[in-house]
Write a new protein. Structure first.
Length: 443
């Protein structure tokens, strides 16, 4: 067996019952085969064996009291995967599906995504099986305070800087920041995605969605296409989907469908984003409520959003939400570009369908890196005790996304994989981390 297959086998044996982690590792490692042919020194230094093993994994109890006075217990975790190029950085996910396999897949992806941004940030991820859905603000606050009461000892502005992900937005970051400051007495940039009145960065809220569209714009432009007059389907209706929609609309595209875990809306006139923002950001409601304000639109229960005809598809909900059958439906309907706003939303079989059918495909590590990149800009501003304007941060974000596209694309061509951004992003992200690890010895 070759080096890559050998390490992959060991990962599966050593981490049983973690299919999402296996999937993420397989996807990266298999595209690295040509790197090891060119660089046998990486194998000699055991780079792969080290990179697939988190530097540190922290699991802890999160007890809290609900509004009925009952004691609830959730499991908290932080997986500090790799600090070769900077302090650990990556989001926290609060969702009932969270367990170590999901957090390891996300943490592993984060290493390469963060590297691709060109900024000095290592990879980590964390979260809890806590479900914020249906909880009162007071319950969410008590949970966040309890979570941070354990997490605080493992994080810090130069150690590990968590942020949001699914289920963790401005409200949760605020409660966790307050508790960190209360315990440590430090007013430091320990979390990103903070509110603008206490150290947050302009554009951070919009960054993942805007960044996705900036990267797609660069990719489309290479083939003489653009968002202007394109019909776009975006899954999800959280932070990433909302701001991807906003940017697509600004560029003259028409977003006709959005969804949540219950079902999808189809609005042939183009979705009204003010309504979606009100439902999702203010009322914390379900997407089906959209049709109350827009009776011309349709609501369909269940999956099926990928059967909606479109030119460009942007999966922005969650992992493995778009499978092989969905990919075939998109291709049959003439979709010519797909960009992953979520982490690993397309299954490996779906990606294969896109590649075989010459659909332009931007993998999440490149396409959704705008969020974490802007988090790194928030860290810089916190260190300087200074804030840049919206236009300044937005320009930097755009620059970073265009550079990610160029780096991934150039690396793919250098290694003989033409337009394959999956391989390009994986190799480019890996090389920087591997070289830093080589320089720092066996640690
Ligand atoms: N959770 C986001 C991601 O997947 C953002 C992480 C961050 O800002 O640190 O990259």
């Amino acid at each position: 067996m070759g080096y890559v297959q050998d390490v992959l086998q060991k990962v599966i044996e050593r981490n049983p019952h973690e299919p999402e982690f296996h999937q993420a590792v397989k996807e990266v490692l298999e595209s690295l085969e040509p790197v090891f042919e060119r660089h046998p020194e990486y194998e000699a230094a055991g780079i792969l064996e080290r990179i697939v093993e988190p530097e540190r994994q922290i699991f802890f109890r999160v007890p809290w009291v609900d509004d009925n006075g009952r004691v609830q217990v959730n499991r908290g975790m932080r997986i500090q995967f790799n600090s070769a190029i900077g302090p650990y950085k990556g989001g926290l996910r609060f969702h009932p599906t969270v367990y170590q396999g999901i957090i390891k897949f996300l943490g592993f992806e984060q290493i390469f995504k963060n590297s691709l941004t060109g900024l000095p940030i290592g990879g980590a991820k964390g979260g809890s099986d806590f479900d914020p859905k249906g909880k009162s603000d007071a319950e969410v606050m008590r949970f966040c305070q309890s979570f941070m009461t354990e997490l605080y000892r493992h994080v810090g502005a130069d150690i590990d800087v968590p942020a949001g992900d699914i289920g963790v937005g401005a409200r949760e970051i605020g409660y966790m920041y307050g508790q960190y400051k209360r315990i440590t007495g430090l007013y430091e940039g320990v979390l990103t995605g903070k509110g603008l009145t206490y150290g947050g960065s302009l554009v951070r809220t919009e960054a993942t969605g805007y960044g996705l569209v900036y990267l797609m714009e660069a990719m489309l432009a290479d083939k003489g296409k653009s968002f202007k007059d394109a019909t776009v389907v975006i899954s999800g209706s959280g932070n990433v989907a909302i701001y991807a929609t906003e940017k697509v609309q600004q560029l003259g595209g028409k977003v006709v469908a959005l969804n949540d875990s219950n079902g999808y809306i189809y609005d042939k006139n183009g979705v009204n984003l003010d309504t979606v923002k009100r439902i999702k950001e203010v009322e914390r409601g379900r997407i089906r409520e959209y049709i109350k304000d827009h009776p011309d639109a349709e609501y369909h229960d269940g999956p099926g959003i990928w059967n909606v005809k479109c030119d460009i598809a942007l999966p922005c909900a969650t992992q493995n939400e778009l499978d092989e059958a969905d990919a075939r439906a998109l291709v049959a309907n003439g979709c010519y570009a797909v960009g992953e706003g979520a982490n690993m939303p397309c299954t490996p079989a779906a990606v294969k369908v896109f590649q075989e059918n010459k659909v332009m495909f931007a993998p999440g590590k490149a396409a959704n890196a705008g969020g974490v990149a802007t988090s790194a800009l928030e860290m810089s501003q916190n260190s300087m005790r200074y804030s840049w304007t919206f236009a300044e941060v937005d320009a930097k974000l755009k620059d970073i996304m265009v550079n990610i596209y160029k780096t991934a694309s150039k690396t793919a061509w250098d290694y003989g994989f033409a337009d394959n951004l999956v391989v390009g992003a994986n190799i480019a992200g890996f090389l920087k981390v591997a070289n830093a690890m080589m320089a720092q010895g066996i640690v």
